[in-house]
Write a protein that binds this ligand. Structure first.
Ligand code: PRX
Length: 659
């Protein structure tokens, strides 16, 4: 054995045993936030200390009050403050760093585009003028159905400039899902693309967008970005506008940023919940942007000189907050990568880190699990020494993956921030501060300064250290959702009903996650406690999938649960009762899978479809999903005594094992 590999084995053994890690000295020396009194400061001066976040932005008019909690849970932040998000993310940086890259875009075919702040400013203005010319006014919701092309952040910022909220729909969602979101948000405008590249192949996107538009209640204007050039499947229809033509028509135009109230909607983001319909999470201009900027500064340690990379998709909240709004508000360079991490080779990400001297990398545990499986030979091919901080988000990270990331990507010299948050929270809530706290692999850490979270039992009382319970947040925060679009009632029902006691003035936000807390106040998030799945970090509602399955002719009933999956974290398992006379064939299984893809998208594709004569139900008729999960995971079955027919689970079990 060579000296080097002996060293490696030793290192591996040491890492395996170590469960507390101190932030590296080299990081502490330059970190944005290093004084631990910040926790106390927020506690003693709450909510006033949140001004720190707002002060990271430029305001046209300063706020009168930090928080208005007179109508709980409809909190308002930075009341009467006025600002524009695009001005904050673009214009205000022009003087100091107009020629610094704002966006470094890397296409899947290897082509690159750099937008300096000056260029971004020009494009955002031209597109804002183009949107206006289409009759789009302040407060009109503009839907965007786009993959990772630079025109997406440009379009978002152009909307923000004219005060038109955007509603971005992940490009991997289906036509039906697009239509559902456009109808729910009363959006009569769509920005989309002709297609994009995946593993070198041109994929048509426009026909999916067109199919979706067919199902939209009202006539919509459509603007199409030309990504594919000659590879596009079809020419634009007469009523479809070409993005470049629109930009050319408004070349050199300037559009004054519209003054927005702090509480005015910046965007809507649809996300899955327990019940069927996706929830339209409403985020505001002042509170959200302050929060995205503050957490980017304090947790991701972003500085203007950095080249920061979040490898999420802008179609999800992570991309909104930490590719677009947070980093650009701080005037840094944000990297956008169109492709997948294993094309053309499994070292693609490391090649980019090396080439661009990326300083921070923020990714998801599902990606880290894949990197681990591929092996360290891929990162080892590249110089990753530019990295100074690593982050993860989206699902729990197991200590083994954490340590692999720490060692093989961070070379043991980068702190890792494991950030817990949600679409609804707008930004990070529970994580260590990298310049202050020690890290415990697998545990996100304490709540951020000013964020008040705890783990409670079903009565709402704090659990003992080490016990599992429900995660709650018992004080408002600036980045919080303000409501569900045009549905205040559902907003209260979904998030506040469980633990709030309004007549005792105790308002508690319930994120629907289970968690544990240790003696140091470090929180380990265990996963959802509602009927929401987390597949490769993508949030999917079981009800949405079930309703797609029962829509298939020949299906009588369906239950969907998540089973453990080595790479995806969770995978979709569909238990299906067929109608009398319907053959339980593989072809029928495929039909069911296709129906799920049509209704939601390939991300919701069931791992297994299991035909069963019955579903395990309680005497009151409730499906016992826990048992179906046990079956999917081949675990020992939980308590079956409350079942109407206890035998049914054994029947299903033998079917699954026989399948
Ligand atoms: O279950 C938690 C999990 O992801 C859910 C939120 O999903 P979404 O709204 O799509 O936002 C994802 C990106 C912010 C949470 O309810 N989750 C997110 N981050 C973590 C996590 N679970 C454990 N550890 C995390 N760091």
């Amino acid at each position: 054995m060579s000296d080097e590999s002996e060293l490696d084995v030793e290192l591996e053994a040491r890492l395996e045993q170590q469960d507390v890690f101190e932030p590296p000295e080299s990081f502490l020396e330059q970190a944005n936030v290093t004084d631990e009194s910040i926790y106390e400061e927020f506690e003693e001066n709450w909510p006033g200390a949140w001004e720190r976040a707002a002060q990271l932005l430029d305001w046209e008019q300063r706020w009168d009050r930090v928080l208005d909690d007179s109508d709980e849970p409809f909190y308002e932040w930075f009341v009467d403050g006025k600002l524009n998000a695009a001005q904050n993310c673009v214009d205000r940086h022009l003087e100091d760093r107009g020629d610094q890259p704002a966006i470094e875009w890397i296409g899947e075919l290897g082509e690159t585009r750099t937008y300096t702040y000056d260029e971004l400013h020009r494009k955002v203005n031209e597109f804002a003028a183009g949107l206006r010319a289409q009759g789009i006014e302040e407060d009109d919701v503009v839907a965007m159905y786009m993959p990772m092309v630079p025109e997406l952040p440009i379009a978002m910022l152009a909307c923000a400039r004219i005060g038109a909220p955007h509603a971005v729909v992940f490009a991997g969602f289906s036509a039906d899902a697009l239509a559902e979101r456009m109808n729910a948000s009363n959006s009569r405008h769509l920005v989309t693309v002709d297609g994009y590249y995946r593993r070198g192949d041109a994929l048509d996107h426009l026909s999916k967008a067109r199919d979706g538009l067919e199902l939209v209640d009202e006539e919509a204007t459509t603007i199409v970005v030309d990504r594919l050039g000659d590879d596009a499947e079809s020419a634009l229809a007469d009523e479809e506008l070409d993005y470049d033509t629109l930009i050319d028509e408004h070349a050199g135009a300037t559009v004054e940023p519209v003054t927005r109230d702090a509480e005015d909607m910046l965007f809507l983001m649809y996300t899955s919940g327990t019940t069927g319909k996706p929830k339209g999470v409403k985020h505001t201009t002042g509170g959200y942007l302050s929060y995205a900027a503050w957490t980017s500064h304090a947790v991701l340690d972003i500085e203007p000189d950095d080249t920061y990379w979040c490898s999420a998709d802008i179609g999800w909240i992570t991309g909104h907050s930490y590719i677009v709004y947070g980093p650009l508000a701080l005037g840094t360079t944000t990297v956008m990568y169109e492709g997948t991490p294993d094309y053309p080779e499994k070292d693609r990400l490391w090649e980019i880190v090396d080439e661009y001297d990326v300083t921070q990398l923020y990714t998801a545990p599902t990606a880290i699990r894949a990197f681990m499986k591929w092996g360290e030979e891929y990162p080892d091919r590249h110089d990753l020494s530019s990295l100074r901080l690593l982050g993860t988000v989206g699902e729990p990270i197991n200590p083994r993956a954490w340590k692999w990331y720490y060692k093989h990507i961070g070379n043991e010299s980068c702190p890792i921030v494991d950030t817990w948050w949600q679409t609804e929270t707008g930004g990070m809530m529970i994580t260590t501060l990298p310049g202050i706290s020690h890290m415990k692999p697998g545990s996100a850490g304490p709540p951020l300064p000013g964020v008040s979270a705890d783990v409670v039992d079903t009565a709402g009382d704090p659990v003992e250290a080490g016990d599992a319970g429900h995660l709650i947040v018992n004080k408002p925060w600036p980045g919080m959702l303000r409501t569900l679009y045009r549905n205040d009632e559902r907003f209260i029902g979904e998030y506040w009903d469980e633990y709030s006691i309004p007549d005792r003035d105790r308002w508690v936000y319930f994120p629907e996650d289970g968690a544990k807390i240790d003696g140091d106040g470090y929180i380990t998030v265990l996963g959802r406690v509602d009927d929401v799945l987390n597949v490769s970090g993508h949030r999917l509602g079981t009800m949405e999938i079930e309703s797609a399955i029962v829509g298939v002719e020949g299906v009588a009933e369906a239950a969907v649960v998540g089973g453990d999956h080595e790479m995806k974290g969770e995978a979709v398992y569909g238990y299906v009762i067929t109608e009398e006379g319907q053959d339980e064939t593989d072809a029928f299984r495929e039909e069911i899978v296709a129906a799920v893809e049509d209704a939601i998208g390939p991300i919701a594709r069931p791992e297994q479809v299991i035909f069963t004569p019955e579903l395990p139900k309680t005497r009151s008729g409730k499906i016992m999903r826990r048992l179906l999960e046990d079956i999917a995971n081949e675990d020992e079955l939980g308590n079956t005594s409350t079942l109407r027919n206890p035998n049914v689970v054994h029947d299903i079990q033998s079917k699954v094992q026989g399948d």
